[in-house]
Ligand binder design. Structure first.
Ligand SMILES: [Mg+2]
Length: 391
């Protein structure tokens, strides 16, 4: 008898980020002593008639709203038919960005792993069990943390001493008109001079720059220090194939795009359009583990590498089953405040700064499914009251 989904629950909860606030535009998370930012995530459970529950904690509000549109479809169906469900839901959400697929697909993979008593990376086909991590910083602040080019260089050196083989700067942003761009250039030089010979360096303005001109100017500075990649520089929002092809034509530093475009075909089109060197994927954003692994193999067919966005157990399983990838993104790190990881893991899983070994690697969980134990008591106690039950 095939297993059957009996009930799906989506439960919103919040948790505090101490000494974290937002910068002047109100969007970037930055170190801000004494400030507390409340972050909302979702606990997803997929119940079945075989006594095994698929679980995932993560997601975002727009995605959760999409789950409302398709959860009823899954109830009564076989949780192992992921490709079929992926395809049906992808069509059902064709007017939207399909972010809702991710958390549900990951929970279905968690179910499958528990059903077959195997970690997800083993079901996918294990390539590696230990993954080099790069330290990915919070955005630059004005509050005594990462508040100067020297502070970024000091933190890079501290990360090198911990064993990290790579370091990614999220700067302050800024516009050329106000000359703030000079501080970005100074940070590139300070970090490049300090650790450039010993670490792979990445730079991610997170689409802050107002002009293609600024994107080019910063890219030329990265060329001088031979950065490993340059990611999402300017205000096209990371989606213009034309803009990034022209940027690639003018720079030596490899470009990493596609964090902000959704879906397999759009990623393929971006590669064919010569808009990127490295391909970005995220199981939460890109249709779950099913969707992310399709992007991995699409990139493999072009001879390109996929760099996964953000830390998390789903990312670790995907990377563990991928040849064509370089790093795990341990984000967001800072010398004075904690990572943004939710306090929902029991049993040792961690994405905090000290989770790496002395080679700067993280390991992939080896328990069944995602291989993590969620603290459902914490999730329920810190619920926002927004609970959806589909049965
Ligand atoms: Mg990014």
């Amino acid at each position: 008898m095939a297993p059957t989904i009996t009930k799906i629950e989506s439960r919103e909860f919040e948790y505090p980020l101490e000494d974290v606030g937002t910068d002047q535009n109100g969007f970037n998370l930055v170190y801000d002593p004494g400030e507390t930012t409340w972050r909302k995530l979702f606990g997803i459970t997929i119940h079945t008639d075989v006594g095994i529950t698929g679980e995932y904690v993560g997601g975002n509000s727009p995605g959760a709203a999409q789950i409302n549109m398709f959860a009823d479809y899954l109830v009564g169906r076989n949780p192992l038919k992921r490709e079929k469900h992926w395809s049906e839901i992808k069509r059902a959400l064709r007017k939207y960005d399909r972010m809702g697929i991710g958390p549900i697909d990951i929970a279905l993979w968690d179910f499958a792993g528990k059903y077959y008593d195997a970690p997800i990376h083993e079901l996918l086909g294990t390539y590696r069990e230990s993954i080099p991590a790069y330290a990915s910083t919070y955005h630059g602040d004005e509050n005594g943390g990462l508040d100067s080019p020297e502070a970024f260089a000091d933190f890079a050196e501290a990360c090198l001493e911990r064993g990290f083989p790579g370091y990614k700067i999220h700067g302050w942003g800024g516009s050329d008109a106000s000359r703030e761009i000079d501080r970005e250039l100074d940070a590139i030089a300070a970090v490049g001079d300090r650790v450039g010979d010993e670490m792979d360096l990445m730079f991610d303005p997170a689409c802050e720059y107002e002009t293609f001109g600024d994107a080019l100017k910063v890219g030329r500075a990265l060329d001088e220090y031979e950065f490993f990649w340059y990611e999402d520089p300017y205000r096209d929002g990371g989606i213009s194939q034309q803009g990034h092809r022209r940027l690639r034509d003018r720079l030596d530093t490899p470009i990493l795009q596609t964090e902000h475009i959704r879906g397999l075909e759009s990623h393929a089109d971006f590669v064919v359009g010569d808009g990127t060197d490295f391909v970005r994927a995220d199981p939460e954003y890109d249709g779950g583990i099913t969707g992310a692994m399709k992007i991995v193999h699409m990139a493999e067919s072009f001879g390109l590498d996929v760099e996964f966005h953000a830390p998390g157990p789903a990312q670790r399983h995907c990377i563990a089953a991928t040849r064509n990838t370089n790093y795990y993104e341990l984000a967001l790190l800072h010398p004075r405040c904690q990572n943004t990881q939710p306090p929902v893991y029991e049993g040792g899983y961690s994405d905090m700064i000290d989770t790496i070994d002395d080679r700067g690697h993280v390991t992939v969980p080896d328990g069944p499914g995602l291989g993590v134990d969620y603290d459902w008591g914490y999730i329920e106690e810190n619920g926002t009251g927004s609970v959806h039950v589909y049965e």
